[in-house]
Design a protein around this ligand. Structure first.
Ligand code: ADP
Ligand code: MG
Length: 245
């Protein structure tokens, strides 16, 4: 990955909620075309970092640069249009919308032509492996796994360059998680996207990422290859609350 250009740079970002320091002076760089993991115990600031990158929150301090451009504090739809897409940790089930229409809505971010957006949606649903007979079903008629795939397809249909996945494997069975990891790998390979995966399931992140960032209590405490991270005493301490011997 080295030598690639930096597509995302987070520079000294801090964010507080009342007395809670959700992010404390976080800096990191992400190279174009890479697949990264972002891990950390519950409440360590992972979702808040995604929210600061995507414009849901404005950082109290620090800057966010996407593709060399300062995007700090821009509106979410502006940042989305520049090429940053995300999925949400809390699945937002759509009950009365058809699968295909949920994905067309993503496609409409970059085109005003319904026909074009439909074509994008169909290609994307095929890419993530949602069978054609599911496309006409309502949200209330599909499984959690299918919801996750459709949400992923909706994000990809916006044609992003950077894709942020927030605990997309949560709530799935192990074999579904493996299938989802396969899908993400395929999307990454075929679309040449840059992807950051936030995940609690260690095995999921470790198998996907080339490089992992670790947050603990709002601070970046480690970054490196999965093997380095797994044996890093600071990381073990953050997760287990004990200092390894
Ligand atoms: P993670 O995604 O790593 O579990 P979060 O980024 O969701 O962690 O949360 C980091 C900290 O910030 C937690 O203490 C959480 O309670 C707090 N927090 C996050 N969002 C809000 C908010 N909108 N209002 C108040 N506190 C928040
Ligand atoms: Mg979270």
């Amino acid at each position: 990955m080295s030598g690639a250009r930096v597509i995302l740079r987070v520079d000294g970002v801090s964010k507080k909620f009342g007395g809670v320091v959700a992010l404390d002076n976080v800096s990191l760089g992400v190279e174009e075309g890479g697949i990264y993991g972002l891990i950390g115990p519950n409440g360590s600031g992972k979702t808040t970092l995604f929210n600061c990158i995507t414009g849901v929150y404005k950082p109290d301090k620090g800057r966010v640069f996407f593709d060399g451009r300062d995007i700090t504090g821009l509106q979410p739809h502006v940042i989305a249009r520049l090429g940053v897409a995300r999925t949400w940790q809390k699945v937002r089930p759509f009950r009365n919308i058809k699968v295909i229409d949920a994905v067309i809505a993503g496609g409409l971010l970059k085109t005003s032509s319904i026909g074009e957006a439909r074509k994008i949606a169909e290609e994307t649903l095929e890419l993530v492996g949602v069978a054609r007979e599911e496309w006409g079903k309502l949200g209330s008629e599909i499984s959690l796994m299918e919801h996750k795939l459709v949400d992923l397809a909706r994000a990809i249909a916006t044609q992003p360059r950077l894709l942020l996945l927030d605990e997309i494997a949560a709530g799935l069975r192990p074999h579904e998680q493996e299938k989802l990891a396969e899908v993400i790998r395929r999307v990454w390979r075929e679309r040449g996207l840059t992807i950051i995966v936030v995940e609690h399931v260690m095995k999921f992140v470790m198998s996907l990422s080339r490089k992992i960032f670790v947050l603990h209590e709002g601070r970046l405490i480690a970054e490196g290859a999965p093997e380095e991270i797994a044996s890093n005493p600071k990381v073990i301490e953050a997760y287990l609350g004990i200092r390894p011997a």
